[in-house]
Design a protein around this ligand. Structure first.
Ligand SMILES: [Cu+2]
Length: 84
């Protein structure tokens, strides 16, 4: 029983840094995609808000939430993100 608890705790601890590297990579891809699109476009504006939120979540160490926001932004833009 104890070993299971330790294994779960270790997974949670290790998931943190792994996710931390993911968001900047996703945000970079989103910003590049936005850079190629028309600035006045409604979906570009919407995506920029979501990207800013993803960045804020990442800065606040909420990496899992940041990835979800990034996915939302990608859906708005109609692009696919490359994930690690
Ligand atoms: Cu992050």
């Amino acid at each position: 029983m104890k070993s299971i608890v330790i294994a779960i705790a270790a997974m949670i601890i290790m998931a943190g840094p792994a996710m931390a590297g993911q968001c900047p990579a996703l945000i970079k891809q989103l910003n590049e995609a936005v850079g190629k699109m028309k600035e006045g476009d409604a979906k570009v504006k919407e995506a920029k808000v979501l990207i800013a939120e993803a960045q804020k979540l990442h800065d606040g160490k909420k990496h899992a939430d940041s990835v979800i926001k990034g996915d939302e932004a990608a859906k708005v833009l109609g692009i696919k993100l490359k994930k690690k």
